[in-house]
Write a protein that binds this ligand. Structure first.
Ligand code: NI
Length: 181
């Protein structure tokens, strides 16, 4: 396994519309997924999409650790998980603001409008198809990672740029509670 170099905002690979994965079980994809798990853990991230490691394919990895979750029963905890060739459906028309960071935008975070509840599908490297209805943190991280596959970074989703800043500054004062979107 290897820790991969993460592309930062400004690199064109982050704006690409990614191509579907032809063979999720191939040795190349298995190696990529293993390296992405290792890279995500090394960077202490909650998710990582293939274009962030310079591979413009439709797959991402993520984890939803219990201490990040909202408490909602649909905010399902997940160990390291890969989602290949995902589809996503937003289940509500409303949006809530969620604080997010991105390994391609280091040091910053922002309150980003997201659907509170989604359904998503995808396969893993063994061809197992998953379909999940989720909310809260789990729903937010999946929307964030899915966006990467269409070349969308979280600032492109923002409406209120006053809720955008450096982690160090935002942690000095009580974090403003995002309300509506
Ligand atoms: Ni990201």
């Amino acid at each position: 396994m290897a820790i991969l170099k993460i592309a930062r905002m400004g690199h064109p690979v982050l704006l690409a519309r990614c191509e579907p994965v032809g063979d999720p079980g191939s040795a190349e994809i298995r190696r990529l997924v293993a390296d992405m798990f290792e890279t995500m853990e090394d960077a202490q991230g909650a998710g990582l999409a293939a274009p962030q490691v310079h591979v413009p394919l439709r797959l991402f990895v993520f984890r939803a650790v219990p201490d990040r979750l909202s408490g909602d029963e649909e905010d399902v905890p997940m160990p390291n998980t890969v989602v290949i060739n995902p589809e996503i459906e937003l289940l509500t028309n409303d949006r809530v603001l969620r604080w997010e960071g991105c390994l391609s935008i280091p040091g910053l975070r922002a309150a980003v409008p997201r659907a509170p509840r989604i359904r998503y599908t995808g396969v893993d490297c063994d061809g197992n198809r998953a379909e999940r209805v989720v909310s809260g943190f789990h729903a937010g991280v999946v929307q964030h990672e899915y966006d990467h596959l269409d070349g969308i970074l979280y600032p492109m989703r923002m409406k209120d740029f006053s809720l955008f800043g450096f982690n160090e500054e935002l942690s000095r004062v009580p974090r403003p509670a995002p309300t509506g979107a």
